[in-house]
Write a protein that binds this ligand. Structure first.
Ligand SMILES: Cc1ncc(COP(=O)(O)OP(=O)(O)O)c(N)n1
Ligand SMILES: Cc1nc(C(=O)O)sc1CCOP(=O)(O)O
Ligand SMILES: [Mg+2]
Length: 227
């Protein structure tokens, strides 16, 4: 069965039900690759600049001890503000840090194994690219959110998938598990994703690379999220 056949079949099924009321779309901040220097102050400014639901520590090419050292002050900043602290890639590191959750790419392990290690309260997210099939598999495996992307061109990461915003509408009409939109999202292009049904917008460069600083970026997103 192709993804289009699956869509048609499940859409008929969805029409039988009233859509669930969903919480308003929220921001999910992704860290830059360098969290040294004044990054802790920039994180505080971002989180104090408006409402942010979650922060993901996304560091690459560092050993786990170095990531753990970098994580500790950032985790405190998040917990003081009741912002969920999510670790990218590594269940072991999420466990070691006592993080609120882990984000798993398709090569980062099975959500069932992550759940066994992190327990029932952990937030486990899964990258699903532009695939309805991967998202349903992630849901069945116990993911707490599914992430679709990259919706727009991005220089933060090399990407190979470009979903349409309609995948968010499809998902949110059929499933209660929240969906995250990621990839090149800015205040200028975010509205279509919010209107399509994204529960979270995951953003990196639009916040950390904003000319006016991270607080101004968060404020600009708030205008889109709560116009
Ligand atoms: C919220 C969110 N969605 C997708 C990703 C991408 O994860 P992954 O495919 O494992 O790629 P890397 O981020 O590890 O390069 C993400 N990190 N967060
Ligand atoms: C980390 C990541 N994952 C993506 C995916 O498509 O799965 S896109 C992406 C980069 C997100 O950063 P920015 O907001 O700067 O584009
Ligand atoms: Mg990964």
């Amino acid at each position: 069965m192709t993804e289009d056949d699956l869509d048609a079949d499940l859409s008929e099924f969805a029409d039988l039900f009233e859509p669930e009321e969903r919480a308003p779309c929220q921001l999910y901040l992704i860290s830059p690759l360098d969290v040294g220097g004044d990054f802790a102050d920039r994180l505080k400014a971002a989180l104090d600049g408006g409402s942010v639901a979650a922060f993901q520590l996304r560091l690459k090419g560092m050993d786990e001890h170095a990531i753990a050292r970098a994580a500790e002050p950032l985790m405190r900043i998040c917990s003081d503000r009741e912002v969920a602290f999510i670790v990218n890639d590594s269940v072991g590191l999420a466990k070691r840090l006592g993080a609120d959750g882990v984000h798993l790419g398709q090569a980062d392990g099975d959500p069932r194994d992550a759940r066994a290690v992190l327990g029932p309260a952990a937030q486990i997210g899964v990258t699903c690219h532009d695939s309805r099939h991967l998202a349903m598999e992630a849901g069945e495996a116990g993911a707490d959110y599914v992430a679709f992307g990259a919706f727009f061109p991005t220089s933060t990461k090399e990407t190979h998938h470009r979903p349409e915003p309609s995948i968010l509408s499809w998902w949110s009409r059929l499933f209660e598990i929240p969906c995250v939109a990621i990839g090149g999202i800015t205040p200028a292009n975010a509205r279509v994703l919010v209107e399509a049904g994204a529960d979270f917008l995951a953003v990196c460069n639009a916040v950390w690379g904003h000319d006016g600083g991270p607080a101004a970026a968060i404020a600009a997103f708030e205008d889109v999220l709560a116009p």
